[in-house]
Ligand binder design. Structure first.
Ligand SMILES: [Zn+2]
Length: 341
């Protein structure tokens, strides 16, 4: 249980490498290739679909350790053709003694212009209180009340944001957006909930605050081994029980409008091995082959806070995915959520 808790505590967690799909065409790493570009298949039919791969990063709001940031920099250098959806967290700016300039510099050091800046929220006490919301600690992902002894610096990472109502969540989203923008990180319209807990109030708050994309839909079977016996697994099954490896983007209606849900169908690197990520790609490759005129969307990623440990899994998987795509002439595009179609 200790290791499970450590993993969960550390977490509660797309440029374009495009290859032409036509026979005889050169395999190219085509940054910025028009995803709608028509290409001829072996049968001479026009195909426009690709395997679209979204690679995301959850920023937990816990810490900005040099070792993890250095791991991310190395990944960026090795994979300049892979944009990342950065689900940023404003909680860093509310830690005691946090220097906004130093914090911003650290975050910016691992971003590229091709990245998308989304939002990630965990139940951090200082962030919620800075948003004018009364902090709640009566439940955590492991079913026990929060140990308030941990709160002198900050606490609440393991408190599901689904404990809060829509109005409260809107305040936290507004504070997060405003704080990140004021420090040089204007957000796009995408979001992932801490611990994937995008319950109905979270979805309503998102749409009310102008977010149009959520990527909290978890592929629970990938998480169940690590989280077995913890209440969060049941909550996630209730929210996302129908999500599987090849689940595709769909629309969620809320009282405040519609959200595009992009399933995190390949989960995050803390929970899946490189081989499992490649197996997700193989499933999408098969799906694309069965309907090559359509895109198929897969999602993989990692956490900033555990990048040193788990980002190598993503690096290795992407290397293998590129190798397979080139060898088998599978059109692949690494994209952000705004390009997902
Ligand atoms: Zn998280």
């Amino acid at each position: 249980m200790t290791s499970i808790l450590r993993r969960l505590a550390s977490l509660l967690l797309p440029l374009s490498f495009a290859t032409a799909g036509c026979s005889g065409a050169a395999i190219e790493a085509a940054e910025g290739t028009d995803p709608g570009e028509a290409i001829a298949s072996d049968e001479g039919e026009l195909t426009t679909g690709k395997v679209q791969i979204v690679v995301s990063v959850d920023w937990e709001g816990r810490e900005l350790a040099t070792t993890n940031l250095e791991a991310m920099k190395a990944f960026r250098t090795a994979n300049p053709d892979v944009p990342l959806v950065q689900f940023l967290n404003a909680a860093y700016f509310f830690k005691p003694g946090a220097d906004a300039k130093t914090t911003s510099t650290k975050i910016a050091s691992v971003l590229l212009p091709t990245d998308e800046l989304g939002l990630h929220i965990h139940g951090w006490k200082r962030l919620f209180e800075a948003s004018g919301v009364t902090f709640r600690s009566d439940s955590t992902f492991w079913g026990t009340p929060l140990d308030l002894a941990s709160c002198s610096y900050d606490c609440g990472h393991e408190v599901p944001i689904s404990l809060y109502n829509t109005a409260e969540l809107q305040r936290v989203m507004r504070t997060s957006k405003t704080t990140l923008a004021a420090n040089g990180f204007p957000l796009a319209k995408s979001f992932r909930a801490g611990g994937w807990m995008a319950s109905t109030p979270v979805r309503e708050a998102l749409t009310a605050e102008g977010f149009t994309v959520d990527s909290s839909a978890a592929n629970v079977p990938f998480l169940a081994d690590e989280l077995v016996g913890l209440p969060v697994v049941g909550w996630l099954r209730n929210l996302w029980g129908s999500i599987g490896t090849t689940s595709q983007p769909y629309t969620i209606s809320t009282r405040a409008g519609a959200l595009k849900e992009i399933p995190d169908n390949g989960a995050l690197a803390d929970y899946v091995t490189s081989a499992e990520m490649v197996s997700v790609f193989q499933a999408h490759k098969a799906r694309w082959k069965s309907a090559p005129t359509r895109n198929t969307v897969m999602s993989i990623g990692f956490h900033q806070e555990t990048a040193k440990t788990y980002l190598p899994r993503v690096t290795s998987a992407i290397r293998e995915i590129k190798r397979i795509a080139a060898a088998e002439r599978i059109p692949v595009a690494f994209v952000t959520t705004t390009a997902v179609k």
